[in-house]
Design a protein around this ligand. Structure first.
Ligand code: ZN
Length: 107
């Protein structure tokens, strides 16, 4: 694995940067241009380092248009047929997540 000068694995740094970017996006949730920009940067890092985003991170933005989700503003959340349906109000992309029992995946 590639390492930085100090011997810290690059992937670890990338992971930290991604979580920082998601925190920044959360802080700028009122400004969708800025928060989406942070998401775009985080995705770029994750792709370059081939890192997977956490479930929470993956669901906090639209995979289709990259908008950072703010429930009630640009995200509609509905429960339908045992699935949680996330609808992006920017591009209309729909994501259905099955609710599984005995997991804390979706509350
Ligand atoms: Zn979208």
């Amino acid at each position: 694995m590639a390492k930085s000068e100090k011997g810290v694995p690059v992937k670890q740094i990338a992971r930290e940067r991604i979580s920082i970017l998601f925190n920044l996006a959360e802080g700028e949730r009122e400004d969708s241009t800025l928060s989406s920009r942070y998401v775009a940067l985080a995705r770029e890092i994750s792709m370059r380092q081939r890192l997977r985003l956490s479930k929470q991170q993956k669901r906090s933005f639209c995979r289709c248009c990259g908008t950072y989700f703010v429930p009630g503003k640009n995200l509609r959340v509905r429960v339908q047929h045992g699935k949680v349906v996330y609808t992006c109000q920017e591009c209309g992309n729909v994501v259905r997540i099955p609710i599984r029992k005995n997991t804390n995946q979706v509350r």
